[in-house]
Design a binder for this molecule. Structure first.
Ligand code: SF4
Length: 279
């Protein structure tokens, strides 16, 4: 539920240099856009882009299989110990300008695991982060080179490079493209988005993650995709959960019921199935 999450979605970051979008359901060109516009009424609006790509990658790995609430302290601890504000590592009495990728590539795994322990799966995550950092240092010379690659290269090239990294799946790759590259038109599909888009009828009931992404990126204007992604996740937690969508007991309980086909949701019998298994 939303009260377990931070008041603000931390994935996008406050320092975004990206775009802000206006949300008006009356002028939406497609049903998917109208859904995102209504989500704009329900949740906050924010801008995207401008985050450091490597930090964004680390953040999304920390958040895998856990909530933002649990991964945020792990991220803060990691940045305090290994980031550029991590203090006086060389003992010269100043605050060192550390390259985060280099510092993590050289990190002691047990120490990193302990630093990020609040995020869960800390052994696996610390191994992945150290391996990724090493690879990024080798290929791009460190954090700045990688950030420039994500920011300036062709999005498909960035996406396939990211997907080739151990521990980086389509959602993580798209989040990095969206939040770090500031790319419009990227609608990452996680388990909530996958479920809701098919339940509502915004994508075919049997569509896989990639197909749902194609439908949403076709139908939602580029500047609204980032917000649509984060807001749909919040909506999934708050209203349209996997087992108990709000409309199951009360048809008026869901603010988006007017846009929804309720694929696989049967209020009469109280049953819920995956849309792919719906009659
Ligand atoms: S009407 Fe039900 S199935 Fe449709 S979006 Fe709302 S809660 Fe989900």
């Amino acid at each position: 539920m939303s009260d377990e999450e931070p008041a603000e979605n931390i994935s996008g970051g406050a320092a975004g240099g990206g775009r802000a979008a206006a949300f008006d359901p009356e002028t939406a060109g497609t049903r998917a856009e109208a859904v995102v516009d209504h989500l704009g009424d329900l949740y906050w609006t924010k801008t995207y882009g401008g985050r450091d790509a490597f930090e964004c990658l680390v953040r999304t790995i920390l958040s895998q299989n856990t909530s933002d609430k649990a991964s945020q302290p792990a991220h803060d601890e990691l940045m305090a110990r290994y980031g550029s504000d991590g203090g006086d590592v060389d003992g010269e009495g100043d605050s060192d300008d550390t390259d985060l990728a280099r510092a993590l590539a050289d990190a002691d795994q047990a120490e990193l695991a302990e630093t990020i322990s609040s995020a869960g799966l800390y052994n696996q995550k610390s191994e992945r982060i150290i391996a990724l950092a090493g690879r990024i240092c080798e290929a791009y010379g460190g954090e700045d080179g990688f950030d420039a690659f994500v920011r300036d290269s062709d999005p498909e090239a960035v996406r396939s490079t990211l997907l080739d990294m151990n521990g980086v799946g389509p959602k993580t790759a798209d989040c990095v493209l969206l939040f770090a590259g500031g790319r419009g038109g990227v609608f990452p599909v996680d388990t909530h988005v996958h479920r809701i888009a098919r339940r509502m009828g915004l994508a075919p009931a049997d569509a896989d993650h990639e197909t749902v992404r194609e439908y949403l990126e076709r139908d939602v204007p580029p500047e609204k995709c980032g917000f649509g992604h984060t807001a749909m996740i919040q909506f999934g937690r708050q209203y349209c959960s996997a087992r108990k969508p709000a409309c199951l007991d009360d048809p008026d309980a869901c603010p988006l019921a007017g846009h929804c086909d309720q694929v696989g949701v049967y209020p009469a019998s109280g049953e819920v199935v995956d849309p792919a298994e719906a009659e």
